[in-house]
Design a protein around this ligand. Structure first.
Ligand code: MUC
Ligand code: MG
Length: 367
């Protein structure tokens, strides 16, 4: 299981409908396919999504850091030496999605070598997760129409509503319209991607007190340290740290500092190894977690559901697993399907990622 090659293949697939949120917008899935090859002929696969507004990575930077730094460091190590792999990767700061994709590809190799599903190796709790759909910025009536379409087509009844626009009252009105249209049985929570100030966030939460929201995520910047703590103290629902808590140390800092009371776990940035650290930290502290979405394609979504379904506490809440629905195409030979509001893991050895070679040839950007 010696690593003999690490491939970073940039590809681009357009979105049919762009996703807009307070810190940015996504029109094209310009991701990087990461494949780790071993001397015994196994290949582990994952994808890294560049999110410059969250981590500073670009498609070019992911390819460069893998080709120039990570690949040469990893050659000769085996997939069983993940601690040594991470020690080497961590000599370079940042670059979370590049590191995470390598980590998940190594788990894929382990599963294939053992002839076992990665979900079972991680924890094997269940084989599916309920799906939460992210509703991006649009006029309120379009947001309602999208949520109704997603509910009617896929059976999804949990929605994360993007907020953080100005005036904040536009978002309050959109959330109210969603609650009125979807009824009390829908679960709604909000994500501000740091778009509001602490005081705008507090006013918005007060004005939405009757909407039965279940969580509030990153409404204002964690860097506004005292304002954020002041907000979190008065939040009527758990306050999720997402981009402010992207590794275990940041999770500690945000939780102990009173700047968050719940954590979003994204395999796109912490892979499986570091996601388990974050998950176990949260379990030990008695803090709720949600499986978040880094606007993943189908490969990333399969990684997220594999990890989420493997763990009891990670599968308790619906996972954000539906952003791929807005892409015009994907690389998986057998597309993911959401039915009855749930997404299942893949049975079989590894992660079950089978790339369609024709699609890869069509969408890759390096040839
Ligand atoms: C989310 O939960 O915030 C948008 C920006 C990002 O970093 O992730 C997405 C979704
Ligand atoms: Mg978020």
């Amino acid at each position: 299981m010696k690593i003999v090659r690490v491939e970073a293949v940039p590809f681009a697939i357009p979105y049919a409908k762009p996703l807009r949120f307070a810190s940015g917008e996504v029109h094209t899935a310009d991701h990087v396919l990461v494949r780790v090859h071993t001397d015994d002929g196994l290949t582990g696969t994952a994808e890294a999504p560049p999110r410059p507004y969250t981590y500073g990575e670009t498609q070019e930077s992911i390819v460069a850091v893998i080709d120039k730094i990570f690949a040469p460091q990893l050659l000769g190590l085996t997939a069983l030496e993940r601690e040594a792999v991470h020690e080497r990767l961590d000599r370079t700061v940042g670059n979370p999605t590049a590191k995470a994709a390598i980590d998940m590809a190594l788990w894929d190799i382990l599963g294939k070598a053992a002839g076992m599903p990665v979900s079972g190796l991680l924890g094997g709790y269940t084989d599916r997760m309920r799906v939460s759909h992210m509703v991006g910025f649009a006029p309120a009536e379009q947001m309602v129409a999208e949520a109704e379409r997603i509910r009617d087509t896929y059976g999804i009844t949990t929605f994360k509503v993007k907020v953080g626009r100005r005036p904040y009252t536009d978002d309050v009105a959109a959330c109210r319209a969603l609650r009125e249209a979807l009824g009390p049985e829908a679960e709604l929570y909000i994500d501000g991607n740091r778009g509001w100030t602490a005081s705008e966030s507090a006013r918005a939460l007060r004005e939405m007190a009757d909407l039965g929201l279940t969580f509030a995520e990153e409404l204002c910047p964690a860097d506004d340290v005292l304002g954020r703590r002041w907000l979190v103290r008065q939040s009527p629902v758990p306050f999720i740290a997402d981009e402010s808590a992207t590794r275990a140390a940041e999770v500690t800092r945000e939780l102990l500092g009173g700047s968050a009371t719940a954590i979003s776990i994204k395999t796109a940035r912490t892979g499986f190894t570091a996601s388990q650290r974050v998950l176990h930290e949260c379990e030990g502290l008695g803090v709720e977690v949600l499986m978040g979405n880094q606007i993943d394609g189908q490969i990333g979504t399969l990684c997220t559901v594999t990890f989420g379904a493997a763990h009891r506490s990670a599968s308790r809440h619906a996972g954000e697993l539906s952003n791929f629905l807005d892409m015009t195409d994907d690389l998986l030979a057998e597309p993911l399907t959401i039915e009855g509001g749930t997404l299942r893991i893949r049975e079989g050895a590894g992660l079950g990622i089978d790339i369609d070679p024709d699609k890869l040839a069509r969408y890759r950007q390096d040839r």
